[in-house]
Design a protein. Structure first.
Length: 578
């Protein structure tokens, strides 16, 4: 008898309104609560007004949801000027009746004179603005200016509750901004966070003269949401929030291989190169050719018709292109074709998290198949080793999800800090190439090792790494009497061995010729002996024949004499036989 487990009931999900802000909808898993108020709080300059105006603008443009922006501090013209640099044309949107901006001035002196405070006038004005364009989104910026003239805490709390309740009744998705309070209070009044359905805290920190903006969702009723701090970037495209990637190691992997552009290096990696979507570290001391290897990888990517982003942390794009031209790599043609994008900046320009946001944003926009960061060790100037490692873990996780191959270069020095950096970073990557100086016979040459290559057969030998005007090459391992030889020592040993081989060959040839001559002499002697033997044999045969002939003649003579003697006797007999 089989037992069927009861199905879990399908609970209704909370309706959400997408913000259109890059990364924020991923963190909130869909957007802000539809028809409910959201509080965005933080200190001055953290980006509250910008986030709220972008919520209104993107709602009108991308989701066809008109919005009302009520400003208690800045006028409409000032807001339009402030966000024009982001590409937002507020005047055009107002003319098309997609948004409405209303400036409400609160005069504290009038409140002090009358002693009364009532939001009914605001409700009427706001209700009219909503109905005039059919607004689905509303922003009130900022709450402190609205209640700046009110000192009665009981009335203040009552009016705040009334305001939030009124917004819910209107069914609009609202954002209310508020200044950060003292101590642990999120706002100055200390009540908004309790009556809001969603509370987002923005933070602007300056550490070691480097500023970083962060976002954290304090609460979100009725749904799950990200609880970590998320860095966000404000640039010409607006706000970009970087979601922390999943900590679950469940990424998809590829079995495709991408060549490095250096055939000899591909042979060291089993003949095929790196795995697509994998991470590679090229480390070494200054001048060992790390950037050259990275440039070859970028060039090979573009030659296949795939896109590559080169993040340069030390050199300008023109400097890199000039230097690589000296080894036969022309990168400018790939830049002109749109397959190669350089992004050059000093690490001190941003904090670690902001660099991560910037990289994340460029990748999403350019959609490359390969990225290069040269070098990552410069990040040590703006963060500790553990912070750099955490940043790279998040970057590698993101790139694995996108199936983007990445090559890092790292500068190694003879210091404990950098050695620890290499070891820490090398444990994160799939492949690790180490280029080291080999000093011998008064020369400084380069040797390349494949320290590790996960999931692929690779060489365990050291190869001499040669950089010339013909490009990059890896020389086959050459072991001399004193070990691995490189540079002129290798050439000298090769010449010695070639000379020895030539002498040996000549010596063998001379011996062969001497043997040939001796063979001819012996053959001549043998021929002479054969002739002498034949002569002796012939002479002996002649004597033997003469003796035999003499014997034959004597025998014949004897017979003839015998016959004659017998005939003579017959002649003495009488005639007639009587």
């Amino acid at each position: 008898m089989s037992i069927t487990k009861p199905k879990k009931p399908a609970y209704p999900t909370l309706p959400k309104t997408p913000t259109g802000i890059t990364g924020l909808d991923e963190i909130t898993e869909g957007g802000l609560p539809t028809g409910r108020p959201t509080l965005i709080c933080g200190q001055a300059g953290c980006g509250k007004t910008l986030m709220s105006i972008e919520f209104i603008v993107r709602g009108a443009i991308e989701f066809n949801e008109p919005g009302v922006f009520v400003a208690f501090e800045e006028k409409s013209d000032e807001l339009a000027m402030n966000v024009a640099s982001l590409g937002f044309d507020l005047k055009k949107l107002q003319e098309d009746k997609k948004i409405r901006i209303d400036h409400v001035h609160i005069d504290r002196s009038e409140i002090e004179e009358t002693g009364e405070y009532d939001l009914e006038g605001l409700f009427i004005r706001l209700g009219y603005a909503i109905d005039s364009i059919g607004a689905k989104r509303v922003v009130l910026d900022t709450l402190e200016n609205l209640f700046s003239g009110l000192s009665n805490q009981a009335v203040l709390r009552a009016e705040i509750r009334r305001l939030f309740h009124w917004l819910k009744e209107k069914g609009v998705t609202a954002i209310i901004t508020g200044e950060r309070g003292d101590g642990n209070a999120l706002t100055r009044q200390g009540l908004e966070e309790y009556v809001s359905d969603c509370v987002i805290l923005l933070d602007h920190r300056v550490i070691n003269q480097i500023s970083t903006r962060r976002l954290r969702i304090i609460k979100y009723r009725g749904t799950v949401h990200g609880t970590n701090e998320y860095p966000f970037l404000i640039d010409e495209d607006g706000i970009s929030v970087l979601p922390v990637t999943s900590l679950k190691l469940a990424k998809q992997v590829s079995t495709d291989r991408v060549p490095t552009g250096i055939p000899a290096l591909d042979e060291m990696l089993g003949g095929k190169g790196f795995y697509r979507g994998g991470s590679t570290l090229v480390s070494g001391t200054a001048g060992t050719g790390k950037t050259s290897i990275a440039a070859y990888f970028a060039n090979e990517t573009a030659n296949r018709g795939e896109k590559c982003v080169y993040f340069a942390m030390e050199e300008s794009p023109n400097q890199i292109m000039r230097n690589m031209r000296s080894i036969g790599v022309e990168l400018k043609k790939h830049v002109d074709s749109g397959l190669l994008l350089f992004n050059a900046s000093r690490p001190n320009m941003y904090g670690l998290e902001m660099h991560l946001v910037a990289i994340h944003k460029i990748i999403k926009k350019f959609k490359p198949s390969v990225i290069i960061i040269d070098p990552i060790t410069n990040f040590i100037n703006i963060g500790s080793i553990s912070e750099v490692k955490n940043m790279l873990v998040r970057l590698i996780d993101f790139l694995q999800e996108e199936q983007i191959s990445v090559m890092f270069t790292a500068l190694s020095l003879n210091t404990i800090v950098n050695e620890q950096t290499d070891e820490g970073v090398s444990s994160l990557v799939d492949s690790w190439l180490l280029v080291r100086d080999i000093e011998y016979n008064g020369e400084r040459n380069r040797g390349l090792y494949v320290m590790k290559a996960r999931g692929m057969k690779h060489s365990n030998q050291v190869r001499e790494f040669v950089i010339s005007d013909e490009g990059l090459n890896l020389i086959e391992v050459y072991v001399g009497p004193e070990g691995v030889l490189t540079g002129s020592a290798r050439k000298q040993q090769v010449l010695l061995e070639q000379t020895g081989k030539a002498i040996h060959t000549h010596s063998i040839g001379r011996k062969d010729r001497e043997i040939a001559r001796k063979r001819k002499v012996l053959e001549a002697k043998i021929s002479s002996l054969n002739s002498e033997y034949e002569s002796v044999e012939e002479e002996l045969n002649k004597v033997y024949l003469e003796d035999e002939l003499k014997k034959e003649i004597l025998e014949k003579n004897r017979e003839e004499i015998t016959r004659i003697r017998r005939g003579a006797e017959d002649t003495n007999k009488p005639a007639g036989g009587k």
